[in-house]
Design a binder for this molecule. Sequence first.
Ligand SMILES: Cc1cc2nc3c(=O)[nH]c(=O)nc-3n(C[C@H](O)[C@H](O)[C@H](O)COP(=O)(O)OP(=O)(O)OC[C@H]3O[C@@H](n4cnc5c(N)ncnc54)[C@H](O)[C@@H]3O)c2cc1C
Length: 281
Amino acid sequence: MHIVVCVKQVPDSAQIRVHPVTNTIMRQGVPAIVNPYDLFSLEAALQLKDRHGGRVTVISMGPPQAEAALKKCIAYGADEAILVTDRAFAGADTLATSFALASAIRQIEKDLRVDLVFTGKQTIDGDTAQVGPGIARRLGMQLLTYVSQIDTLDLDAGNIRVRRRAEGGVQLLETRLPCLITMLEGTSDMRFATMENMFRAARYQTRIWDKDAAGIEDTGKIGLKGSPTLVSKVFAPKPLSRRADIIDTESHEPRDLALTLVGKLFTQHPELRDSLAQQDA
Ligand SMILES: Cc1cc2nc3c(=O)[nH]c(=O)nc-3n(C[C@H](O)[C@H](O)[C@H](O)COP(=O)(O)OP(=O)(O)OC[C@H]3O[C@@H](n4cnc5c(N)ncnc54)[C@H](O)[C@@H]3O)c2cc1C
């Protein structure tokens, strides 16, 4: 079994600030991390490898520094890492990104057939959740989004059964391999890197692919040229001006405190009262 996991290196959004005048993201000094959602995918892939054997290849498109994110994945237990990097990719939107990643996955397939591709649900910087579906479409793979659990994988029969979080419930889905899964957050805890894998990651030579190695001939489909998206405006949301209410818990009976809190909640969100009243009726 061969699984490819797409991981993106992103700025740690907890430390990002938006310039108050230009409204641009101030990235200086902000540490880069593996997109947290991608770690849920990597863990799911590693669990499948624990159960069924096989290989896990991680792939990222990004600047040379993104190699650090891939090495982290090797330390967690991935077998191979490929960084797709080329100046020609600069300015890529999600259409061009999914094209480049899909082309690279096709190249990977020339060495070893790919049974499953994983992506995160979304990134914490771009946040579009479009790249996974874009790759699946380009590769002609079945697409399973918002997967919360993988129930069974039958390699002999070539199918997989998963649980997918949907509005108002959980869907049980079964499909044929190969397929692309976008994994939900909170599905499992990321394992710790073992000492052996950490040493392996330190020594590991990441495979670096430029556009030619990734099998891309048509440069009109990558980078800025291949990106029809236009960003018309970027702005930081206005901070809420309301101050927090401070309630002295010592001087309230628990029942009074609960009533006060519910009263405040209903005053600030009258729609909640209406919806509860409807449900009650
Ligand atoms: C006009 C325009 C210009 C842009 N120019 C640049 C630029 O010059 N430099 C730049 O860094 N960004 C640029 N971006 C942002 C870039 O398009 C997105 O970061 C990228 O397409 C991924 O989209 P996303 O972050 O919304 O990913 P999502 O669709 O939210 O990601 C879903 C999943 O796809 C996978 N994935 C996403 N991106 C990658 C990746 N690069 N490698 C591996 N897996 C991935 C991950 O598993 C991720 O969890 C630009 C965007 C626009 C609209």
